[in-house]
Design a protein around this ligand. Structure first.
Ligand SMILES: [Zn+2]
Ligand SMILES: [Zn+2]
Length: 449
């Protein structure tokens, strides 16, 4: 009887011990996530307030002085080591965790766009500046205000709970993602050239982008996720004349219009895109000063999106051929330059990393995680970071709750204005999923690799 009792007692103790161990180990594993659940309600109003403030005072690439200062003050107030003025206005903060582990980089981009805001929001931007010689409005039309605010929130939470962090967290606040001013360089590439990865030695990098898909959706694509972005600039030189006597000049506007038509045949008629997507768009035309003058010069610029370097070469050759043909046909002199505003490689999500971390994203927004197999023709200079170390870049849906039906079909924008639109609106209620996603990733990563 005694023996039986002892066995039962032993079994009881054993199971109690096992239960305790399981409890302790899950508790250790999920320490940050549990604390975040307790703290996020208090944190999010601050994140939203920062976002609105940054949104109201947007700054173009390499000019993010106010934004950068605000981030610096915030990080310093949290006791985080900060390095400033990297690639003009960039910052890196380092949070040293209380437990051993790798250095994990989290990245937010800070720049706005030359877009005049038309959202009518109470905190809409009224900022104007000169860009490429034109007076323009400035707007956070790509949502980088949300990226900064989310990462400031993550920084605050992690700094307060650093004893639970396994390893170190490298916070990268990056300027000029949309492309720096032409003669300056900048962005992710320049931050790397200035040695941030050599100094901080991150093992992995995570980044997110807000977009017009359903609220709270976290979407990731393994492998090539976003296109390579190249640009072209075509300069056309004619002979200036009175508009009443076009035969006395050589008309660069006529040549420009022929170029536009022909450029649109590169993808539709000249290259094979059946298994290999490509986009050629004209984004800017600059010419003329007056209705009755045929000008001397014209200029047009555009973007090229590809996933395959061979196809990209073909696109470049086609554009050069078109330009040469139009020059002969119109008697103008035409020059073509590529990648004047820089070049972004394909954004590649490390498949092993995606496989290991998708559960962390799923738990950050339960029921709203989507793994897509459709690459997008948008581009990101995050690609420079993830060329150096394994990276994972994901999307966060910021539509108004209930708006947008199909997150799986990324092409279905459901009529909601998207990134770069003057009507693009980030719904604040989705931002906590961004904070959660980063915290879940940094909490889980060290246990998986
Ligand atoms: Zn953008
Ligand atoms: Zn963007």
């Amino acid at each position: 009887m005694l023996i039986k009792t002892l066995i039962i007692y032993n079994l009881y103790m054993k199971s109690l011990l096992t239960f305790c161990l399981i409890f302790i180990s899950t508790n250790i594993l999920a320490e940050l996530k549990i604390k975040l659940d307790q703290e996020i309600e208090e944190l999010m109003p601050k994140v939203i307030e920062w976002r609105h403030d940054i949104h109201q005072y947007p700054e173009l690439g390499n000019r993010e002085f106010r934004t950068s200062k605000k981030i610096e003050e915030h990080l310093v107030s949290l006791g985080i080591e900060v390095e400033t003025k990297i690639a003009y206005t960039g910052l890196v903060g380092l949070i040293k965790g209380g437990k051993p582990g790798p250095t994990i980089a989290l990245r937010a981009d800070m720049d706005a766009l030359p877009v005049e805001e038309k959202t009518g929001l109470p905190f809409a931007s009224k900022v104007r500046t000169t860009y490429l010689g034109n007076d323009v409005g400035v707007m956070h039309a790509c949502g980088h205000d949300a990226h900064v605010a989310i990462l400031m929130g993550v920084a605050e939470f992690l700094a307060k709970n650093k004893s639970d962090i396994k390893g170190n967290i490298m916070l990268i606040f990056q300027p000029a993602e949309e492309g720096p001013p032409e003669d300056e360089g900048g962005g992710a590439k320049m931050m790397l050239e200035e040695g941030i990865f050599e100094r901080y030695k991150p093992e992995v990098i995570f980044g997110l982008h807000v977009t017009n898909i359903p609220n709270g959706v976290l979407l990731v694509k393994s492998g090539p996720a976003m296109a390579a972005a190249s640009s072209y600039r075509i300069k056309i030189k004619g002979v200036q004349a009175h508009g009443s006597t076009p035969w006395a000049g050589i008309d660069p506007i006529m040549a420009t219009s022929q170029l536009i038509e022909s450029l649109n045949t590169v993808v539709s008629r000249r290259i094979n895109i059946i298994n290999n997507p490509a986009v050629v768009s004209v984004g800017m035309i600059k010419t003329g000063t007056r209705a009755n003058i045929i000008p001397e010069d014209s200029m047009l610029m555009g973007t090229i999106r590809t996933f395959d370097p061979e196809l990209r070469k073909e696109v470049y050759e086609e554009i050069e051929q078109i330009a040469a043909g139009v020059a002969v046909g119109t008697g103008t002199e035409i020059t073509v330059e590529f990648d004047v505003g820089g070049f972004f490689p394909v954004t590649y999500n490390d498949p092993k990393l995606v496989e290991a971390m998708k559960g962390s994203l799923a738990s950050a927004s339960p029921g709203k995680f989507v793994e897509s197999d459709i690459p997008v023709t948008g581009a990101e200079d995050f690609s420079y970071f993830s060329q150096e170390i394994p990276g994972l870049y994901f999307w966060l849906g910021v539509n108004k709750p209930g708006v947008g039906l199909d997150a799986v079909n990324f092409g279905d924008r459901s009529g909601v204005p998207g990134n770069h639109s003057p009507y693009f609106i980030v719904d604040d209620s989705a931002l906590d999923k961004g904070v959660r996603a980063f915290v879940h990733l940094v909490d889980d990563y060290p246990d998986k690799f």
